[in-house]
Structure formats: C-alpha cells, structure tokens
Design a protein around this ligand. Structure first.
Ligand SMILES: Nc1ncnc2c1ncn2[C@@H]1O[C@H](COP(=O)(O)OP(=O)(O)OP(=O)(O)O)[C@@H](O)[C@H]1O
Ligand SMILES: [Mg+2]
Length: 227
C-alpha cells in the first residue's frame, strides 16, 4: 500500500527535514506520526499525499512508483486518498454542504444526487456539523473548518487517509468523534496515517507509531509506542 525507500527531503539549501526514511504499510494499517514541532511530520504527510515529491528516494503508493506514474494514474491515486492538511483551506464562499459535495464530485463519484446528499449528511452528523451545513466556509470557527476538511476527506470512503493533526483544533468531545470516525474507516479496511501531538490519543488508542527526530524516523509497534 505504502512504501518509502531511503526517502530524504530538504527545502532550498537547508538541512534534511527527512533523512533516509524507510516505511512500509499494508492495507488496513494505522500509523501515528509523532515528534516535536518542526520534526518533519507535515513534510512526511505531504509526501504521502502526493502534494510534494521527495528530494531523493522512492515512494510507492498502491503499488505505483510515484516518480514514474502517468498523469492519469496519479489522478486515480489522488482519488483513492483523502488528505487533511494541517492548514485547512475551505472554499470560503461555498456552504459546508457544498464544500463536502465538491470533494465527492472531484473524486468522480457518480452516485445519485440524493444518495450523495444522504452520505454527506451522515458524515456531517458524525462530525457534529449537521447544524452548520448551510453556513459559508468563511464563517466557521477553526475547529469547525477542520472538521469540514475531515468530512471532505472521509466522504469519499478513500482507501488511504492521510490526516495532519486532525484533532489539533478540537475539544475533547470532538477529538473522540474524529477518532471514532477514523477508527471506523480503518475497520472497513482504510489505511490511516495521522500526525498528532496528542499523547492522550496515542496512549488510549494503541497503534503503531513513527517517531521523527532530527530528520530520522524510528518505528515502534503498537504495544511499545513510547510517545
Ligand atoms: N516549504 C518549506 N520551505 C522551507 N522550509 C520548510 C518548508 N516546509 C517545512 N519546512 C521546514 O521543515 C521543517 C519541518 O517542518 P514540518 O512542517 O514538516 O514540521 P512538523 O513536524 O509538521 O511541525 P508542527 O508540529 O509544528 O506542525 C521545519 O524546520 C520547517 O521550517
Ligand atoms: Mg505539522
């Protein structure tokens, strides 16, 4: 599903943000990416979400080497993944409902309109956003906007979800709503990678974790994740 081989990333002439990172995830795996601020979590997640390319090294997603895929295969890969960036960007003059619907139509879903609407409402309900469905993107709080971004990623039922601190702007109740949704997606076979600072989550929901420090990555099993 995901394979990184000796992946390094640097920006301009700076030191390596990621240094020779290796990672292999199977379908249905769940991985936390942890580490201090500036450790490279978002940089790693952008690579996994095909938003950026590594400076050196190889990444394969769904069995495709990203350095050698055709534009149409890259499009198909992007349609199979849901990415929640750390800095959420909603379309400010569209409603919550339409922001989420856009994600479905971009993913090429040819579901009937009423089915699509029901699916969107179901996801908004789970994220405690049903009452906000007609509000414009620009008028939401930071936490609400972040949950809309999660709804946009999840509504497509993607095979891979890459979420960058998806609970970073949430209160306790909404944190566990978000986690619940991600765990349910994982149970129905989605592969999940989330960057997080939240030690409470990592300790209460035991999963594999990748600890980033000074560009290097150490992998720990779910029973030993010491973050
Ligand atoms: N586009 C960029 N250009 C230059 N430097 C960058 C760029 N993006 C990230 N960096 C640098 O790379 C390092 C890692 O940043 P990154 O955003 O991946 O860290 P992070 O672990 O996600 O941090 P945080 O917990 O604060 O979100 C930082 O030193 C940052 O300044
Ligand atoms: Mg980050």
């Amino acid at each position: 599903m995901i394979q990184l081989k000796s992946v390094s990333k640097w920006y301009q002439n700076q030191t390596r943000v990621l240094d020779q990172v290796n990672l292999e995830l199977k379908k249905g795996d769940f991985l936390y990416v942890v580490g201090g601020t500036g450790a490279g979590k978002s940089s790693l997640l952008r690579l996994l979400a095909t938003e950026e390319a590594p400076s050196i090294g190889n990444i394969s997603l769904f069995g495709y080497d990203l350095s050698a895929v055709s534009p149409s295969t890259l499009r198909a890969i992007r349609q199979s993944l849901g990415y929640v960036p750390q800095n959420v960007r909603l379309i400010s003059d569209m409603t919550v409902m339409d922001n989420v619907a856009l994600s479905l139509s971009l993913a090429g879903h040819r579901v009937l309109r009423s089915d699509a609407k029901a699916r969107i409402l179901e996801v908004l309900e789970k994220l405690n956003l049903a009452a906000k469905k007609d509000k414009l993107g620009a008028t939401l709080s930071g936490g609400e906007a972040q949950r809309v971004a999660i709804a946009r990623a999840i509504v497509r039922s993607p095979e891979l979800i890459v979420a960058d601190e998806p609970t970073g702007a949430q209160d306790k109740d909404n944190t566990w709503n978000v986690m619940d949704l991600l765990l349910k997606s994982n149970l129905t076979s989605a592969t999940i990678v989330i960057a997080t600072h939240d030690r409470d989550i990592v300790r209460r929901v035991r999963k594999k974790c990748a600890i980033l420090q000074s560009g290097r990555m150490a992998l720990e099993g779910e029973s030993v994740c010491t973050y």
